[in-house]
Design a protein around this ligand. Structure first.
Ligand code: DP6
Length: 383
């Protein structure tokens, strides 16, 4: 019997991945770039156990048993086994029990598949002692998962080989490079069903000419500029590129036929607030980015956290009186400010935001060696 437990981070792209050139291998049409978020407040945790006594492969996800019969899951598993150390011997024949959970609500729609697959592949690779880069294996689970294999600032190189061997993630800078950087996640209340990233981007590839242009002409130049901005810690340039890329991604969604709408009125009010604040400050102090949903991720330097949170609180007043439920992640000191009046921004009805998480850029996945951390008992069942 052997057991491995790992945790893996979420990542938030500042140059978006949107569109595949190969659906099965999950090969993208453009490079993308993200920061990996600290696992202190948001992460996936996975325990994998193999035993000669297990009769079948089993998988529990967020406290519910789910089928093992998933193509993406099996692609990852087969790829890890193919690269397993020759010393694994009979371990490779034993059946697996996998238990995985997120410490943040999946309903929040926050890149849970990226953290989940990165965690699964990292744990499998530790179990079967795989050497070398494993981001290409995580990619087979979910494209954006390959970026969660590394910490700090990470680029997913689209690659050019038909095999996908060169479509892997590489670290651009470690988390320690820009320690002042903060990420504030604004979880927007929303109960509408949305198109998944997988099907949305497929439709974009099939119908949007604008996406082709973006992938060929805009992203290569923008990725170089973004790397330069990060390396030189140029927040002004970083913020502009981040906002422009998010906006372009959502324009592609609109150019998709039929269109995909991911942002809602609250998302758009957040965009307006950020631009009004930056204009008032005379330079970019905060940047927004949105994935395939209405939640906003704000990038900003620590000096501006208090002021921006005070402004958010005025424009989007919380419903909950319980501040610890509402303000999550690294502690936020909430002041009051009169900025909302100065900037002439409309106050929204209370409860537009479900909660706010403050976090930082962090490291990649890690192994938890203490057996008390395992999600499975000695018998291989969820604790
Ligand atoms: C908008 O990685 O979830 O978050 O590869 O089909 O699993 P699949 O898609 P996924 O797409 C993420 C898209 C995005 C942008 C990004 O993270 O780069």
């Amino acid at each position: 019997m052997k057991t491995v437990t790992c945790i893996a981070p979420v990542n938030i792209a500042v140059i978006k991945y949107w569109g595949k050139r190969d659906e099965d291998l999950i090969l993208p049409i453009n490079d993308s770039l993200s920061s990996t978020l600290s696992t202190d407040y948001m992460c996936s945790k996975t325990t994998i156990m193999v035993s000669p006594t297990f009769k079948e492969n089993r998988f529990w996800l967020n406290n519910k048993e789910v089928t093992f019969d998933s193509e993406r899951l099996n692609n990852c598993l087969n790829e890890v086994k193919r690269r397993a150390s020759p010393t694994c011997g009979e371990l490779l024949q034993w059946k697996l029990h996998i238990c995985s959970e997120n410490n943040f609500p999946t309903a929040a729609g926050l890149a849970s598949s990226a953290a989940g697959y990165a965690c699964l592949v990292y744990a499998l690779a530790a179990l079967y002692r795989v050497e070398g880069d494993i981001s290409g294996i995580a990619r087979r689970g979910s494209g954006s998962a390959c970026r969660s294999i590394y910490g700090g600032w990470v680029r997913w190189n689209k690659g050019t080989l038909p095999s996908g061997e060169d479509s892997i993630a590489t670290q651009v800078a470690p988390a320690s490079h820009w320690p002042e950087m903060r990420i504030i996640v604004l979880v927007v209340s929303d109960d509408k069903k949305k198109t998944s990233s997988t099907s949305g981007m497929k439709r974009s590839v099939e119908t949007s000419e604008f996406l082709k242009d973006r992938a060929e002409k805009v992203v290569p130049r923008r990725t170089d500029e973004m790397i330069e901005a990060i390396k030189s810690k140029n927040f002004e340039a970083f913020a502009q590129l981040t906002m422009q890329d998010s906006n372009q991604f959502h324009s592609v969604c609109l150019d998709t036929y039929p269109p995909c709408f991911y942002m809602n009125d609250v998302s758009r009010a957040i965009i307006e607030m950020v631009h009004a604040y930056n204009e008032y400050k005379g330079s970019n102090k905060v940047a927004y980015t949105f994935d395939a949903g209405p939640n906003a991720c704000l990038y900003l330097l620590e000096d501006h956290v208090e002021e921006i949170v005070a402004l958010i609180n005025e424009i989007f007043p919380p419903l909950a009186v319980d501040a610890t439920e509402y303000f999550r992640g690294y502690p936020i000191h909430v002041n009051s400010s009169k900025l909302q009046e100065v900037l002439q921004l409309k106050k929204h009805t209370p409860g537009c935001l479900k909660y706010i998480i403050q976090t930082k850029v962090g490291d990649g996945p890690s192994i938890l060696s203490n057996s008390s951390e395992h999600l499975l008992t000695e018998n291989g069942l969820p604790k």
